[in-house]
Design a binder for this molecule. Structure first.
Ligand SMILES: Nc1ncnc2c1ncn2[C@@H]1O[C@H](COP(=O)(O)OP(=O)(O)OP(=O)(O)O)[C@@H](O)[C@H]1O
Length: 265
Protein backbone atom coordinates (compact mmCIF):
# COMPACT_ATOMS: atom_id res chain seq x y z
CA UNK A 1 0.00 0.00 0.00
CA UNK A 2 1.14 3.55 -0.50
CA UNK A 3 1.13 6.03 2.37
CA UNK A 4 -1.42 4.66 4.76
CA UNK A 5 -4.67 6.62 4.87
CA UNK A 6 -6.53 7.05 8.15
CA UNK A 7 -8.23 3.94 9.43
CA UNK A 8 -11.93 4.01 8.78
CA UNK A 9 -12.28 1.03 11.07
CA UNK A 10 -9.86 0.11 13.80
CA UNK A 11 -10.19 -3.29 15.44
CA UNK A 12 -8.44 -3.11 18.81
CA UNK A 13 -7.53 -6.03 21.02
CA UNK A 14 -10.71 -7.77 19.95
CA UNK A 15 -11.47 -11.13 21.52
CA UNK A 16 -14.41 -13.02 20.05
CA UNK A 17 -15.77 -16.27 21.41
CA UNK A 18 -18.69 -18.67 21.29
CA UNK A 19 -19.30 -19.72 24.86
CA UNK A 20 -15.93 -20.81 26.16
CA UNK A 21 -14.34 -21.21 22.72
CA UNK A 22 -12.18 -18.25 21.80
CA UNK A 23 -12.12 -17.73 18.04
CA UNK A 24 -10.11 -14.52 17.79
CA UNK A 25 -7.76 -13.52 20.57
CA UNK A 26 -6.88 -9.85 21.18
CA UNK A 27 -6.85 -9.20 17.45
CA UNK A 28 -5.70 -5.84 16.10
CA UNK A 29 -6.51 -4.69 12.59
CA UNK A 30 -6.63 -1.26 10.98
CA UNK A 31 -8.98 -1.09 7.98
CA UNK A 32 -7.90 1.87 5.90
CA UNK A 33 -10.40 4.39 4.65
CA UNK A 34 -11.27 4.25 0.97
CA UNK A 35 -9.36 1.03 0.36
CA UNK A 36 -10.25 -2.59 -0.31
CA UNK A 37 -9.29 -4.95 2.49
CA UNK A 38 -9.61 -8.69 1.86
CA UNK A 39 -9.67 -11.20 4.71
CA UNK A 40 -8.45 -14.69 3.87
CA UNK A 41 -7.66 -17.71 5.99
CA UNK A 42 -8.53 -21.36 6.47
CA UNK A 43 -12.06 -22.57 7.19
CA UNK A 44 -13.14 -21.79 10.72
CA UNK A 45 -10.40 -19.23 11.46
CA UNK A 46 -12.98 -16.57 12.37
CA UNK A 47 -13.36 -14.36 9.28
CA UNK A 48 -17.17 -14.33 9.36
CA UNK A 49 -17.22 -13.83 13.10
CA UNK A 50 -14.91 -10.83 12.68
CA UNK A 51 -17.12 -9.26 10.00
CA UNK A 52 -20.16 -9.78 12.18
CA UNK A 53 -18.40 -8.10 15.10
CA UNK A 54 -17.49 -5.15 12.86
CA UNK A 55 -21.21 -4.82 12.08
CA UNK A 56 -21.99 -5.24 15.80
CA UNK A 57 -23.82 -8.52 15.25
CA UNK A 58 -21.46 -10.42 17.52
CA UNK A 59 -20.66 -8.96 20.93
CA UNK A 60 -16.95 -9.11 21.78
CA UNK A 61 -15.65 -10.83 24.88
CA UNK A 62 -13.30 -7.85 25.14
CA UNK A 63 -11.80 -5.14 22.97
CA UNK A 64 -13.28 -2.59 20.61
CA UNK A 65 -14.29 -1.80 17.06
CA UNK A 66 -13.85 1.88 16.25
CA UNK A 67 -15.52 3.55 13.27
CA UNK A 68 -13.86 6.86 12.47
CA UNK A 69 -12.37 6.75 15.98
CA UNK A 70 -15.77 6.27 17.62
CA UNK A 71 -16.61 3.03 19.41
CA UNK A 72 -19.45 1.37 17.43
CA UNK A 73 -21.24 0.57 20.69
CA UNK A 74 -22.02 4.31 21.03
CA UNK A 75 -24.01 4.42 17.75
CA UNK A 76 -27.69 3.54 17.60
CA UNK A 77 -28.73 0.66 15.34
CA UNK A 78 -30.00 2.73 12.41
CA UNK A 79 -27.04 5.12 12.50
CA UNK A 80 -24.67 2.14 12.32
CA UNK A 81 -26.80 0.64 9.52
CA UNK A 82 -26.38 3.83 7.49
CA UNK A 83 -22.61 3.59 7.82
CA UNK A 84 -21.68 -0.11 7.69
CA UNK A 85 -23.42 -2.62 5.42
CA UNK A 86 -22.83 -6.35 5.75
CA UNK A 87 -23.73 -9.24 3.53
CA UNK A 88 -23.40 -12.20 5.89
CA UNK A 89 -22.44 -15.66 4.73
CA UNK A 90 -25.83 -17.37 4.82
CA UNK A 91 -28.44 -14.65 5.02
CA UNK A 92 -32.08 -15.66 5.13
CA UNK A 93 -35.41 -14.07 4.30
CA UNK A 94 -38.94 -15.38 3.63
CA UNK A 95 -38.98 -17.44 0.43
CA UNK A 96 -42.01 -15.64 -0.98
CA UNK A 97 -40.43 -12.21 -0.71
CA UNK A 98 -39.69 -10.75 -4.15
CA UNK A 99 -36.24 -9.62 -5.21
CA UNK A 100 -37.36 -6.00 -5.20
CA UNK A 101 -38.83 -6.33 -1.72
CA UNK A 102 -35.56 -7.80 -0.52
CA UNK A 103 -33.50 -4.99 -2.04
CA UNK A 104 -35.85 -2.41 -0.54
CA UNK A 105 -35.03 -3.80 2.91
CA UNK A 106 -31.59 -2.26 2.42
CA UNK A 107 -33.20 1.15 2.80
CA UNK A 108 -34.50 0.43 6.29
CA UNK A 109 -31.73 2.35 8.14
CA UNK A 110 -32.56 5.45 6.07
CA UNK A 111 -36.23 5.44 6.94
CA UNK A 112 -37.75 7.76 9.53
CA UNK A 113 -41.21 7.61 11.13
CA UNK A 114 -42.45 10.64 9.24
CA UNK A 115 -40.77 9.86 5.96
CA UNK A 116 -41.09 6.15 5.35
CA UNK A 117 -40.07 6.14 1.66
CA UNK A 118 -38.57 8.75 -0.67
CA UNK A 119 -37.46 9.20 -4.30
CA UNK A 120 -33.91 8.82 -3.00
CA UNK A 121 -34.85 5.35 -1.73
CA UNK A 122 -36.29 4.46 -5.15
CA UNK A 123 -33.13 5.66 -6.85
CA UNK A 124 -30.88 3.66 -4.51
CA UNK A 125 -32.91 0.48 -5.05
CA UNK A 126 -32.91 0.96 -8.84
CA UNK A 127 -29.14 1.60 -8.92
CA UNK A 128 -28.41 -1.44 -6.74
CA UNK A 129 -30.57 -3.71 -8.92
CA UNK A 130 -29.00 -2.36 -12.11
CA UNK A 131 -25.46 -2.73 -10.74
CA UNK A 132 -26.03 -6.37 -9.84
CA UNK A 133 -28.10 -7.22 -12.92
CA UNK A 134 -31.21 -8.34 -11.05
CA UNK A 135 -33.73 -5.89 -12.57
CA UNK A 136 -35.28 -8.60 -14.74
CA UNK A 137 -35.76 -10.73 -11.62
CA UNK A 138 -37.39 -8.00 -9.54
CA UNK A 139 -40.83 -9.67 -9.32
CA UNK A 140 -39.53 -13.20 -8.73
CA UNK A 141 -39.91 -14.70 -5.24
CA UNK A 142 -36.44 -15.27 -3.86
CA UNK A 143 -37.34 -18.91 -3.20
CA UNK A 144 -37.48 -19.44 -6.98
CA UNK A 145 -33.98 -18.14 -7.76
CA UNK A 146 -30.80 -20.06 -8.54
CA UNK A 147 -27.94 -19.81 -6.03
CA UNK A 148 -26.12 -17.19 -8.09
CA UNK A 149 -29.24 -15.11 -8.77
CA UNK A 150 -30.05 -15.14 -5.08
CA UNK A 151 -26.52 -14.08 -4.17
CA UNK A 152 -26.78 -11.12 -6.52
CA UNK A 153 -30.13 -10.11 -5.01
CA UNK A 154 -28.54 -10.10 -1.54
CA UNK A 155 -25.58 -8.05 -2.79
CA UNK A 156 -28.10 -5.57 -4.26
CA UNK A 157 -29.78 -5.34 -0.86
CA UNK A 158 -26.49 -4.36 0.78
CA UNK A 159 -25.61 -1.88 -1.98
CA UNK A 160 -29.03 -0.22 -1.66
CA UNK A 161 -28.05 0.60 1.91
CA UNK A 162 -25.52 3.10 0.45
CA UNK A 163 -23.09 2.78 3.32
CA UNK A 164 -19.60 4.25 3.41
CA UNK A 165 -18.29 0.85 4.53
CA UNK A 166 -19.38 -2.27 2.67
CA UNK A 167 -18.55 -5.70 4.13
CA UNK A 168 -19.24 -8.75 1.98
CA UNK A 169 -18.66 -12.26 3.28
CA UNK A 170 -17.75 -14.54 0.37
CA UNK A 171 -19.75 -12.48 -2.14
CA UNK A 172 -18.73 -14.53 -5.16
CA UNK A 173 -19.95 -17.81 -3.69
CA UNK A 174 -22.27 -19.53 -6.19
CA UNK A 175 -21.45 -17.04 -8.95
CA UNK A 176 -20.25 -18.09 -12.40
CA UNK A 177 -17.07 -16.45 -13.74
CA UNK A 178 -18.86 -13.61 -15.48
CA UNK A 179 -20.90 -12.73 -12.43
CA UNK A 180 -17.85 -13.03 -10.15
CA UNK A 181 -16.19 -10.42 -12.28
CA UNK A 182 -19.33 -8.25 -12.38
CA UNK A 183 -19.61 -8.39 -8.61
CA UNK A 184 -15.99 -7.58 -7.82
CA UNK A 185 -15.71 -4.96 -10.56
CA UNK A 186 -18.83 -3.28 -9.18
CA UNK A 187 -17.34 -3.23 -5.71
CA UNK A 188 -14.00 -1.96 -7.07
CA UNK A 189 -15.85 0.82 -8.93
CA UNK A 190 -17.70 1.87 -5.77
CA UNK A 191 -14.32 2.01 -4.08
CA UNK A 192 -12.54 3.89 -6.88
CA UNK A 193 -15.25 6.33 -7.87
CA UNK A 194 -17.02 6.91 -4.57
CA UNK A 195 -14.24 6.20 -2.10
CA UNK A 196 -16.20 3.52 -0.27
CA UNK A 197 -14.26 1.40 2.18
CA UNK A 198 -14.63 -2.27 1.28
CA UNK A 199 -14.01 -5.34 3.42
CA UNK A 200 -14.34 -8.69 1.67
CA UNK A 201 -13.89 -12.29 2.73
CA UNK A 202 -12.61 -14.27 -0.24
CA UNK A 203 -11.40 -17.86 -0.42
CA UNK A 204 -9.97 -17.44 -3.91
CA UNK A 205 -6.52 -16.03 -3.23
CA UNK A 206 -6.06 -15.03 -6.85
CA UNK A 207 -9.15 -12.84 -6.79
CA UNK A 208 -8.05 -11.58 -3.37
CA UNK A 209 -4.64 -10.61 -4.75
CA UNK A 210 -6.21 -8.90 -7.74
CA UNK A 211 -8.60 -6.70 -5.81
CA UNK A 212 -7.01 -6.16 -2.39
CA UNK A 213 -5.14 -3.05 -1.40
CA UNK A 214 -4.65 -4.67 1.98
CA UNK A 215 -4.66 -8.46 2.21
CA UNK A 216 -5.06 -9.98 5.67
CA UNK A 217 -4.25 -13.56 6.55
CA UNK A 218 -6.21 -14.64 9.62
CA UNK A 219 -4.80 -17.71 11.34
CA UNK A 220 -4.95 -19.25 14.80
CA UNK A 221 -6.96 -16.44 16.31
CA UNK A 222 -4.70 -13.65 15.12
CA UNK A 223 -3.79 -11.56 12.13
CA UNK A 224 -0.96 -13.71 10.86
CA UNK A 225 0.16 -11.02 8.41
CA UNK A 226 -1.29 -8.07 6.56
CA UNK A 227 -0.03 -5.92 3.74
CA UNK A 228 0.06 -5.65 -0.02
CA UNK A 229 -0.72 -8.92 -1.84
CA UNK A 230 2.86 -9.02 -3.14
CA UNK A 231 4.12 -9.16 0.45
CA UNK A 232 1.78 -11.91 1.62
CA UNK A 233 1.49 -14.16 -1.40
CA UNK A 234 4.71 -16.08 -0.96
CA UNK A 235 5.11 -19.85 -1.00
CA UNK A 236 6.20 -19.74 2.67
CA UNK A 237 3.27 -17.60 3.78
CA UNK A 238 0.74 -19.75 1.95
CA UNK A 239 2.24 -22.96 3.34
CA UNK A 240 2.11 -21.57 6.90
CA UNK A 241 -1.47 -20.38 6.75
CA UNK A 242 -3.18 -22.69 4.26
CA UNK A 243 -1.01 -25.79 4.61
CA UNK A 244 -0.46 -26.23 0.89
CA UNK A 245 2.59 -26.01 -1.30
CA UNK A 246 1.94 -23.40 -3.94
CA UNK A 247 3.84 -21.96 -6.85
CA UNK A 248 3.58 -18.19 -7.08
CA UNK A 249 3.54 -16.57 -10.51
CA UNK A 250 2.69 -13.08 -11.66
CA UNK A 251 -0.70 -12.66 -13.27
CA UNK A 252 0.27 -11.30 -16.71
CA UNK A 253 -2.90 -9.22 -17.02
CA UNK A 254 -2.96 -7.48 -13.63
CA UNK A 255 0.67 -7.87 -12.58
CA UNK A 256 -0.49 -9.28 -9.26
CA UNK A 257 0.68 -12.49 -7.58
CA UNK A 258 -1.05 -15.61 -8.80
CA UNK A 259 -0.91 -18.82 -6.83
CA UNK A 260 -1.12 -22.41 -8.01
CA UNK A 261 -1.57 -24.78 -5.06
CA UNK A 262 -0.30 -28.24 -5.91
CA UNK A 263 0.06 -30.30 -2.73
CA UNK A 264 -0.89 -30.34 0.92
CA UNK A 265 2.05 -29.85 3.25
N1 LIG B 1 -22.99 -19.81 16.21
C1 LIG B 1 -21.86 -20.46 16.54
N2 LIG B 1 -21.79 -21.19 17.67
C2 LIG B 1 -20.66 -21.85 18.03
N3 LIG B 1 -19.53 -21.83 17.29
C3 LIG B 1 -19.55 -21.12 16.14
C4 LIG B 1 -20.70 -20.40 15.71
N4 LIG B 1 -20.43 -19.80 14.54
C5 LIG B 1 -19.15 -20.12 14.25
N5 LIG B 1 -18.62 -20.90 15.21
C6 LIG B 1 -17.26 -21.44 15.25
O1 LIG B 1 -16.35 -20.35 15.30
C7 LIG B 1 -15.22 -20.60 14.49
C8 LIG B 1 -15.08 -19.47 13.47
O2 LIG B 1 -16.16 -19.56 12.57
P1 LIG B 1 -16.31 -18.52 11.36
O3 LIG B 1 -17.57 -18.85 10.67
O4 LIG B 1 -16.11 -17.15 11.85
O5 LIG B 1 -15.03 -18.94 10.49
P2 LIG B 1 -14.68 -18.56 8.98
O6 LIG B 1 -13.23 -18.21 8.98
O7 LIG B 1 -15.62 -17.55 8.44
O8 LIG B 1 -14.88 -19.97 8.28
P3 LIG B 1 -15.26 -20.41 6.77
O9 LIG B 1 -14.07 -20.07 5.91
O10 LIG B 1 -15.44 -21.89 6.90
O11 LIG B 1 -16.49 -19.69 6.35
C9 LIG B 1 -15.41 -21.98 13.89
O12 LIG B 1 -14.71 -22.90 14.68
C10 LIG B 1 -16.91 -22.22 14.00
O13 LIG B 1 -17.21 -23.59 14.14
Amino acid sequence: MDDAPASRIEVRELTLAYGGDIVLDALNLPIPSGRITVLAGPNGCGKSTLLRAIRRLHAPRSGHVLLDAEDITTLNGKALGRRIGLLAQSPSAPQDMTVEELVRLGRYPHQAMLQPWSPRDDAAVAAAMAGTGVEALRRRPIGSLSGGQLQRAWIAMVLAQETEVICLDEPVNHLDMAHQLDCLELVARLNREEGRTIVLVLHDLNLAARYADQLVFVHRGKVHRRGAPEELMTSEGIAEVFEVDAAILTDPVHQRPFCIPHRRV
